[in-house]
Ligand binder design. Sequence first.
Ligand SMILES: [Zn+2]
Length: 389
Amino acid sequence: MRADRIVAVGPWSDLQPHITGPVDDLGEVVLMPGLINAHCHLDYTAMAGKIPQPRNFADWIKAIVAFKGQWTTAEFAESWKMGAQMLLRTGTTTVADVEAVPELLPAAWEQTPLRVISFRELIQLKDPAEESVKRATSEWASLSGSERRVGLSPHAPYTTTAELLSVAAHEARKRNWLLATHVSESEQEFEMFLYKHGPLYDWLKSQRNMSDCGQGSPIRHLEHADYLGENLLAVHVNYLWRDDAAVLGKYGVSVVHCPRSHDYFRHLIFPRRELMSAGVNVCLGTDSLASAARVRGKLPELSMFAEMRTLAARHADARPEELLAMATMNSAKALKRESELGVLRERARADIIAVPFAGAAEKAHEAVVNFDGPVRASMIDGAWAFREE
Ligand SMILES: [Zn+2]
């Protein structure tokens, strides 16, 4: 390691003669790139177990809106910090985080060594949107230390307008920022955009101009708003219409699958193969703990290991190597950082985790996917970010 970069990778016997500095022996472990969580809401961490599993998606949205209204900024700040600590303990070194409470930054960044890319959430049901999006964007750009750390997150097609999406896409391209949006998450969203009916349509029709519904899938709606591109992380994409997968592939969009959130809402099986066949980069995120079920009565924790395990349980054909790629290289690619994050190679960022394991090398991938508990150690930018006590 030199400063924040990896200098050499190899067996200890090859490297040892060239080492002059101090040696840190981590014991029997798998050394691997830090996990990259491509979608999270740190500020909702303390909502774990607070929202009962809903009858339908629209009911859950109503419940979380009501819940958010009761929290103070200090409570969101505490929740954000708790989430960052959980991710560090469970091997995440980079997170793409949606910020519903922009006032938490930049102070929240100072609370954690975690590499956080913060996407400012935009929710607005009515036009005009241009001025408000431009104001939010310039505020976000002026945060101290914002370089390479920020993006925009128009929440979802149903909580925004086509104008908002177009302006956000334009602003993001101009500044070389990423975009993250929940899309095609639920059957109700699908019904709203395709058929102008269903619980989400009924709930929103008095609050939002619904003339954009009845014209095609949520993904088509994004395409018409000139929103699709290589800088987009399309979160969830649980439901596909006809050539939706091909459309995403054509524009180079990355899809973020959140397996535990997917389970929580009891969606139909995630169209992983269809997306991959269309050449879509599929990666993994945790989403928030507001949509993760308890496990054997215990509150859930933010953990990319738990996400990999859940995905493995639903997709028997997904090999451990594929799951690990989704949680490292694929997420890095979605964030446009694949040359320096998600890999152990010379000159990559020194973001490394040590996962306790003493078995045969050919069992290492499987052991990592099934790992549960704190990692032994986690390094970010060449400095220890977490050590197991
Ligand atoms: Zn989310």
